[in-house]
Ligand binder design. Structure first.
Ligand code: AMP
Length: 500
């Protein structure tokens, strides 16, 4: 029997006896203590119970990033229920799919969407929370007292996060209490987080990065957070002199670099800059080091696995790699049912306490991607070098097969990105009558500028003929989602007709 709520007991341990100390600094100058955070979370748990939420039920939330949303997450877990955060950018018809699939007993939305959300929520009760943390859920919570967290075992579900669903239907990744607690504990220790840290929290909290990596690691360390509603260059630069760590996606770093106020002096109090969720360009890594004196620590993970690899804290942080498998995580690279020799490319598989419990109500999908012996097939192409560093070379579905040859977009993108006048690039395969697929490069020039012919010429003697782009398109920006991932599917659709 488990006497406690596994995740909540873990997240609360570091701040016991420190209830009066500050957890979050809010943009309006307000402060939230650890005591206030957890008391509010208990009131949320009581409010959920009063609304009919039972252990094991799903609580869906499409709400802004506020402390109340963090309390809703913690309160849901305290109530023994399963938290289901939804991207605030999703439309009502997209939300209808998630609600139909997950069948939550409670849906929390912004008051402005109450009518639309109620119309698609069926039997579920609908309550509200707005961008200042007010609404019918908060009113109900304010009227409640304390709450004794419901006992939950390590394997009980704490959250379902839907994958971005770039191919086919979005799938609900089921994450257990221990998936979350074990991974954040490893990250806290690997990245040396303690109660002396002040983390700049500017990531969205409907995604694994901001909700679990940033929030759980800070709570487990008993650290403070500068809680920002979203990415904001001014706010981050203002916070830097009194903060110690930043977790971001690569676009955070490129946007901060574009601001002249980013200097060594401003970053002098910082001890750690972490990047993940999308590949960090080597160029960004180098520029960051030149400007701030810090080497960005890049890590790799996904919704289904939490974090799997990280560059070392003390050792060599190698640009372009995602470091080593984290303690307790195994990684291997497979092709044709076998592990590939060192340095060769294949599909990355990972195994460990970090790996999810399967896809919600999709046993066939789960069986396709999660082997019976615990290895999860990530769908990312990778290689592991002789020193053990993992390099991600792209998604398997982005692999280009042209005239029967495999082309890894990252190899070509890296060469193009190094050319003068280039800011960044995305290489895709589009249908071609002769070759099946043709290599196409979409290139964003930097301020100095570049023309397509110069790129083609520069690649001519550096790449085998079949790898050379058959077309180079210059664009102002690459399409990205909120987590900074380049949307290659959108690019493939846009350029699909290029070769007739
Ligand atoms: P998500 O489930 O939304 O977190 O997306 C996970 C995917 O993001 C992974 O399967 C990778 O394709 C990509 N990803 C995450 N971190 C990195 C990284 N550091 N470098 C390259 N790709 C990454």
């Amino acid at each position: 029997m488990y006497e406690q709520n596994h995740l909540i007991a873990g997240l609360r341990a570091a701040s016991l006896g420190r209830e009066e100390e500050v957890f979050a600094h809010l943009p309006d100058g307000g402060k939230v203590t650890f005591g206030a955070l957890f008391t509010g979370a208990e009131q949320m748990a009581s409010a959920l119970e009063a609304s009919g939420v039972k252990p094991g039920d799903r609580v869906a939330a499409q709400v802004s990033k506020t402390i109340e949303t963090i309390q809703l997450y913690l309160g849901t877990v305290m109530a023994g229920a399963v938290f289901l955060p939804l991207n605030t950018a999703y439309t009502t018809s997209e939300i209808a799919y998630f609600i139909g699939d997950a069948n939550p007993s409670l849906v929390v939305c912004d008051p402005a969407r109450l009518e639309d959300t109620t119309a698609i929520s069926g039997e579920a009760r609908v309550l509200t929370l707005d961008s200042s943390g007010r609404g019918s859920l908060r009113d109900l919570a304010d009227a409640q007292g304390g709450f004794d967290p419901i006992q939950r075992a390590p394997w009980d579900l704490a959250a379902i996060l839907y994958t971005s669903g770039t191919t086919g239907r979005s799938k609900g990744a089921m994450l257990s209490h221990d998936n979350l607690l074990s991974n954040s504990t490893v990250l806290r220790d690997y990245w040396h987080f303690t109660d002396t840290d002040v983390l700049i929290h500017a990531l969205p909290i409907f995604h694994t990065h901001g909700l679990f990596v940033a929030t759980n690691v800070a709570l487990l360390a008993g650290a403070q957070v500068v809680f920002l509603p979203g990415f904001d260059v001014d706010a981050i630069l203002d916070a830097m002199p009194s903060s110690t760590a930043l977790m971001g996606v690569p676009t955070f770093y490129t946007r901060l670099l574009a601001d002249g106020r980013l200097t060594k002096e401003r970053a002098a109090n910082m001890r750690l800059f972490i990047s993940g969720s999308a590949p960090l360009l080597v160029d960004t890594h180098e520029q960051w080091q030149a400007r701030t004196g810090h080497r960005i620590l890049e890590r790799y993970g996904m919704t289904e696995t939490n974090m799997s690899t990280s560059n070392p804290y003390d050792g060599d942080r190698r640009a372009g790699t995602v470091g080593f498998p984290l303690p307790g995580v195994e990684a291997r690279v497979m092709a044709d049912g076998q592990e590939v020799p060192v340095g060769e490319i294949g599909v990355l598989e990972v195994r460990g306490a970090n790996v999810f419990q399967g896809y919600w109500q999709m046993p066939e999908k789960t069986a396709e991607e999660l082997r019976e012996d615990g290895w999860f097939i990530t769908g990312d192409l990778a290689r592991i070098d002789a020193d053990g560093y993992v390099t991600i070379v792209g998604r398997e579905k982005d692999l280009i097969i042209t005239g029967g040859f495999n082309v890894y977009p990252k190899e070509i993108e890296s060469l193009i990105d190094d050319l003068p006048g280039v800011l960044e690039s995305a290489v895709i395969g589009v249908p071609h009558p002769d070759f099946g697929e043709a290599v196409v490069a979409i290139v964003v020039p930097d301020a100095a500028g570049v023309d397509a012919g110069a790129i083609t010429d520069a690649l001519a003697d550096r790449l085998a003929k079949f790898k050379q782009p058959k077309h180079v398109a210059l664009v102002q920006a690459l399409p990205r989602n909120t987590m900074g991932k380049v949307q290659k599917k959108a690019l493939r659709e846009e350029y699909a007709g290029l070769f007739g």
